[in-house]
Design a protein around this ligand. Sequence first.
Ligand SMILES: Nc1ncnc2c1ncn2[C@@H]1O[C@H](COP(=O)(O)OP(=O)(O)OP(=O)(O)O)[C@@H](O)[C@H]1O
Ligand SMILES: [Mg+2]
Length: 406
Amino acid sequence: MTRLGLTDPVQEARLLARIIETISAGLDLEEILRGIAALITETTETDVCFVYLLDEEGQRLVLGGATPPFHKMAGQVELKMGEGVSGWVAAHGRPAVIVEDKLSDQRYKHIPALGREDLTSMASVPILGKPHHLVGVLNVHTRARREFTDADVQLLGWVAGLIAGAIENARLHRRLAEREEAMERYAERIVLAQETERRRLAGEIHDGISQRVVSLSFHLSAAADAVATAPEVAAREIAEAQALAEAALDEARFAIAGLHPPVLDDLGLAASLETLARSFPQLDVQAEAQPCDLPSHLATAVYRIAQEALQNVAKHAGARSARMRLMTRGDTVILEVQDDGKGFVPAPVSGQPGAAQSRPTQPGPSGYGLPGMRERAELLGGRLEVISYPGQGTLLRLLFPAATPH
Ligand SMILES: Nc1ncnc2c1ncn2[C@@H]1O[C@H](COP(=O)(O)OP(=O)(O)OP(=O)(O)O)[C@@H](O)[C@H]1O
Ligand SMILES: [Mg+2]
């Protein structure tokens, strides 16, 4: 029977060269992982290889790549830390080998989506990046019974160490590419939003302020004509003009208020959110906002996201009450808006394994609110989670680092 361990230096050099070739071929993570999985099964004469990646929160392992036909399941199979053999390996940072009868191994968990009962033996090693932090887990399986030796496990650990850096680079690259894409979409949206805003302002100036100023000027002319002959008429006309001047001023204030949330400057974010919560008379919104000292562009983004989230609750949820919370956990700022309304099925968001809810997408089927919030979140270096089920209300959560590199 073939042994995995590389006793032959020529074979070892050949494997190393092929791994380097595979990880240098590009920065597409799924492609790299598929290539690596194929290479590993071939070199180690195993039948199936799975590469799980740890998600960014370090909570879940998500299948990132595998040998066919399992590669199709990439991004769709998840294990919690400690769950299954891979979860055990991740949690303990140690390899695991099961030679046979895996069902009786306490660590084993059958994953129906992978339907692989015909696989008998397995070896699983942590993928450790530098300096010794967990990137994922690498598993190989065989149909025939196989004794994996220490040398076999060592070899797998060696390969895992080689691919750790490539995985991290590819992930970083993907994050940057996503940010860049979000920036581009955001720029387009800003231009569109500016146009809409200009039209709104033009409308308000034309229909409101200009009309009042025209009529104000008419009343002042009438007052000027009457001042010598009928002072009481002049006084009435001047009073009318004054009322019109005040109305024009109110309308100008209203038009300006739409451009920038003025309360933010006066009250700061926490109090502004509380004021915002009270501005939905049809909805009982409970607001708890911890004061947090954010730069103004971040505070504006959080305010706008809260505003749109509450507007959505008011417009769509049919909720009786809602709860808005702003808090910090370590270096992460979290805004949550939760309602007890009818809920909905959020549009699926394509994306990286483990971040299925967090990537921006095109304008949603029905509006710009959710995609806009996602893009803002992305620009803050954070993400937006929408957790909603019909009949069970909606929880919208924004998370971003307090110190965003800008
Ligand atoms: N809290 C919620 N409760 C129930 N349904 C919601 C909630 N938030 C969003 N939705 C659903 O998601 C859809 C998309 O929301 P989104 O904010 O993207 O668009 P919109 O509110 O319809 O339009 P716009 O925000 O552009 O004015 C809504 O039309 C609604 O069906
Ligand atoms: Mg909306």
